[in-house]
Design a protein. Sequence first.
Length: 158
Amino acid sequence: MFTNLVLGVATMAVCLALQIALLTRALLYYAHRQSSLDHATFFGTMSILSGVMFLLMFGNLGQVAIWAILFQFLGEFSEYRTAFYHSAVNFSTLGYGDIVMSDERKLLGPIQAINGVLMVGMSTAAFMTTLRDAIKQNRHGWAAKHAPKIQELVDEDH
């Protein structure tokens, strides 16, 4: 059990480093395009937000891959695609139960699920921050013209 805790916490630390790196990259990507949002069309705004979403999803999928490598290294799965699938189910907390790890390593599943909740939560927070800011920045574009109630919701004065 102790070995699994050490492996799990160490893997969580690696995942956190990847998450922070790609979250920072996503926010920098957004910051470099933020000034173009003032008069952006809906599709222009969606293009920028899609880039942010892609970077955040890439980070989450990278973490799924890291856990899959660990599972395969430990001999839990002979095929990487099965390890990746099982890792994705754990990370997303779906918990299908169609594939289970050995009794010796099954504690890694809940540890990975905790990691997934935390990292997906970080991605969600970053994405919602950029979405809120994109709506605020779009003062003369689609948001101002078509969604004044949304503007009111994100206005700092309210």
